[in-house]
Write a protein that binds this ligand. Sequence first.
Ligand code: AMP
Length: 399
Amino acid sequence: MKVLVINCGSSSLKYQLIDSTTEDVLAKGLCERIGIDNSSVTHQKAGGGKKKTLLPMADHTDAVKVVIDKLTDPQEGVIASLQEIDAVGHRIVHGGEKFKGSVVIDDEVIETITACNDLAPLHNPANLIGIRACQKVMPGVPMAAVFDTAFHQTMPKKAYLYGLPLSYYEKYKVRRYGFHGTSHDFVSGRAAQILGKDRKDLRIIVCHLGNGASVSAVQYGESVDTSMGLTPLEGLVMGTRSGDLDPAIVGFIAEKEGLDAAGVVDVCNKKSGVLGLSGGLSSDFRDLAEAAEGGNEAAKTALEAYAYRVGKYIGAYAAAMNGVDVIAFTAGVGENNAEVRQLIGQYIGFLGTNINPEQNKIRGEEVILSDEGAKVVTMVVPTNEELAIARETVRLVAK
Ligand code: AMP
């Protein structure tokens, strides 16, 4: 089957066309500035270079048409016609408590996703626009919704409830949901596979360390805790997000800086994390490493604070599962940044990780970092959320 995987933002649309038999990416790309001036598409066919073209896209329906044009283009394309697309898989950020797994999209599903908009006002409406645009351009093609939150729906109450009045949960569904679920699921599954074991026999801590970052405790195949919460702001220090805070800071800074609560939360989302800690230098770990090497103290502290928080969460989740068998690093930083992994390694050696410094230098590929016989196997498992979405789509649609 050929599956088109769509990840829609408010003004962007990322896509990949995947052959589900070979699991090869046939083509991929990104439409940007949809509904704004200077909209563009960057398209790449397997084995070819990236090509950026400026094209007017008034809305996401235009963007989906552009994607189809690119995929069927005689030069840049990889299929003869739209009819070759067997199914579409949509990444949906928030499924609330309603979706505990992926589903085939129908009118009822669309209605239920819409009911979750309140919980992810920046993401879900954009995801829904993507679904509707595909329905218009590709009527009759089966579609699946794959949720960032679904994998974490197995968390027990003690992990997902906040220490707040219960009525907030009952009335507003204020609770921990967790995100990056597709990645935590994929990576924990692949880690077990690499080790030749069944995930149901392992306690795995997955560290998804990218610009957005989260840790999860996957106990015998199920997520039992994760660091992101009601929104993706909680937990680790991230690229631009603060992660855990004393909630009293919101009121305190609001008063000092003349902001309202939403204004402070905006700062916590966009101007904090390693960007904020480095005095506004950068949210990119490559820039920070270079600056730290050049003697920039704030950049050094930012990297240390990032690694320290990851180390603390690993310790917490080892306790949550009463032990840990595997720690897996993934995403941009987790896969590629040996320096950050080495900093994190300083806090978790007591668990028996035995990280080999030479192995730890390897970047961007599946690798076991621990020496043989280590009590806790530490490894790098590159994530592939698009492939996971394509697999889920095939599983549902091929029924
Ligand atoms: P993601 O959100 O998963 O795409 O991760 C983005 C982050 O990964 C950025 O902060 C990058 O600096 C970091 N990253 C990506 N590639 C490398 C690399 N080769 N070395 C160090 N950091 C990297």
